[in-house]
Ligand binder design. Sequence first.
Ligand SMILES: [Zn+2]
Ligand SMILES: [Zn+2]
Length: 136
Amino acid sequence: MPKKVSLNVKCPFCNKTLMDEGHLINNKRSIRILIETAEHKKGTIWLSSIYGDYNYTCDLKIPEDDVAIMSCPQCKKELNRSKVTCDVCAAPIVSFTCSVGGRVSICSRAGCKNHYVVFENLDTAVRKFYDEYGYN
Ligand SMILES: [Zn+2]
Ligand SMILES: [Zn+2]
């Protein structure tokens, strides 16, 4: 398992990048998404783009256990998938398209252990990542 792989993700609907060069987390560009809490407060969340990293910053205070609706800052479409739920807490899963293929999925519930970036098919994605970036 490689360390510090920084993912490059896109919106699955409009195919525009979700990466924010202007907002770094752990010295890597972050993933910027719009968020709406269960109390209908709207804000922006920046997730770490590093695989397996839980860090994020948000301009809202997200209550623990809150299930948020996340949407694309470009096309405003909801990224929560109603038919795919978290193995841990059953909240909807939020997915992005990964530049190296496959999907990056996170849980929409704040504080859930599944709340980080994961590949659905890590082996393939990591291999493509090596091909694309020559990373070692
Ligand atoms: Zn979009
Ligand atoms: Zn969960």
